[in-house]
Design a binder for this molecule. Sequence first.
Ligand code: GLA
Length: 393
Amino acid sequence: MNAGELEGLFREKFGKEGFRSFFAPGRINLIGEHTDYNGGHVFPCAITYGTYALAAKRTDRMVRMYSVNFSEKGIIECTLDELSYHTAHDWANYPKGMISYLKKTGYLIEEGLDLLFYGNIPNGAGLSSSASIEMVTGVMLQSLFALKIDRIELVKLGQIVENQYIGVNSGIMDQFAIGMGKKACGMLLDCQTLQFRYAPIQLEHHVIVIMNTNKRRVLAASKYNERRQECEDALKILQEKVPAQSLGELSLETFEKYETSIANEIVRKRARHAVSENERTIQALEALEKNDLYTFGELMNDSHRSLRDDYEVTGAELDALVEAAWEQNGVIGARMTGAGFGGCAIAIVERGSVGDFLDQVGQTYLAAVGCEASFYIADIGDGASEIELEVHI
Ligand code: GLA
């Protein structure tokens, strides 16, 4: 879909010309998985795939929404006075949730909207298409209604919409990466304090390959919430021994001193992942800052093993893909990215080896799993903002 086609569709669907354009990226997480809701660190970056929104204000209170990706659903309508969640509204619940929560928080949105969305993030692949649509809606509303909202507040609001309106108890990482992303940089974020710093990712001779299992993420939300609960259970037990507000505050050494107090082995393993992954994330940034890509890659591999063995969120498809990647020449490291239970993995691969890498991993995966993987090269881009939609004639 190019800009001219999007512009034509806007005219066709809404019968008018004028609109403003916005973009929010998707994200990958380099390391630091399932640590955000445990008060630990994450190290994500925004990618150049994402969600476009074309938007124009109306003179009445109707909100009319159309997605190129869900064209079979047609235009979904509601009013500014009835913004509650409706299963039948499907994807449109994300923009509705943002409008609803901004209004609830006291921001004035008193005119309706015509909205056209188009996303080029593979859907349900764990690259945060949902947070992307939330954040593109957020920056669009902020600009069109001149809302005085700070970016971090918008990020937090996106998370609240996901937690309370959509009903997935996710952490802050996705909305943060998408709202705050910066070209060619990763972000080390302390999810307890929201302190963060940008870290340039200058790979030069390497690229980041995104590998999609093309496996639908079955029961991802309920299993996600279950892992969260297990970590909370572990924290409660550990708090009888150590004063900590989150698992992210514990060093691996402290954890190992008290872990036997957690009688349930599964709960103990979950906590071990949360604590060890947080340490790996901090070490990974140190390695990157020393330009030590090899240590960074090793930490990525350890992260995948921990997610596979202790957190148990990888599954056969992600394991097959990552294990195939580990076997290839020119691979620095590979791991699943995002929530897991299907979705995507990433690998850092030497530029000159990418062709062979794609062939080999593709074939091995197909033979092991019986379905094709898809591959994309990740470019690290900026966070959500208004854009000039260039129409190529
Ligand atoms: C999903 C959630 C994030 C984070 C990751 C796992 O992407 O939305 O908040 O918990 O899973 O790291």
